[in-house]
Write a protein that binds this ligand. Sequence first.
Ligand code: MBD
Ligand code: FE
Length: 297
Amino acid sequence: MSVVELGYMGLSVSDADAWKTYAGEIAGMQVVDRGEKDRFYLRMDEWSRRFTLHLDGGDDLKYLGWRVAGPRELDDMARTLEAANHEFEIADNAECEERGVLAMLKLLDPSGNPTEIFHGPEVSVSEPFHPGRPMYGRFLTGDQGIGHLILRQHDNEKAIAFYEMLGLRGGVEYKLTLPNGMLAQPIFMSCNARQHSIAFGLGPMEKRVNHFMFEYTHLDDLGLAHDEIRKRQIDVALQLGKHSNDQALTFYAANPSGWLWEFGWGAREVLRNSEYYREDIFGHGNEATGYGMDVPL
Ligand code: MBD
Ligand code: FE
């Protein structure tokens, strides 16, 4: 039994207008503002929402939503957490309604990142996805979820054990020699065909999240986004390049909350057997510093 995808995220943000421009006009997501004072939503596909942006002044990850297949699997997950003595709450109807899911469990991961495990997202079939700017293709979601993120973890072994309990698998995929001579051995974990849904172990982090990676189905949408980022002189922490593990063509640009979005295209699917790398295929040169991505790839 396993989670099947990283299904949604909640973000704390301070600058709503800047976020609408960044996510809508630059990235191409659909901005949904229902006139609620404290939040708005982003769509990437037919789901009613993939992001909820909470206007609470924080500029960080607020919670993560992991999907399981259905009610039976959510029950099984609750039994697994009980057996491991890992505390959780069962969300009430109002909380589920607020998230647009049929049922969910609420817990913390070993580093205190608020985590929700749910089934049954609301899918808005009568309102087709409408991108925030013209697009050649779509966001690659489906059974690979919304993308991946680098999550702050204080204890890699505890983190691996927790995410294995949720059904993810993975381990070290790079050995990187840092400028200070130390070795970084980041860990990547997956729960579906997406090469990884979470990663950690790249060094100390100020925020809960270093970056969120999402993928376009068409290369030209990555190119259009890159042009917009450059035209607006938004900080780019890692220039265009291809990672060795997922082999996606990506670049990392600062979002209005001061952490990174990794814009990507063309990732390969997760491998069956483990491998590791000492560098990327090409590119990913370091540019803007201070975003926790000053690593030699
Ligand atoms: C990634 O997506 C990533 O963010 C890093 C740092 C290394 C490999 C793949
Ligand atoms: Fe990444």
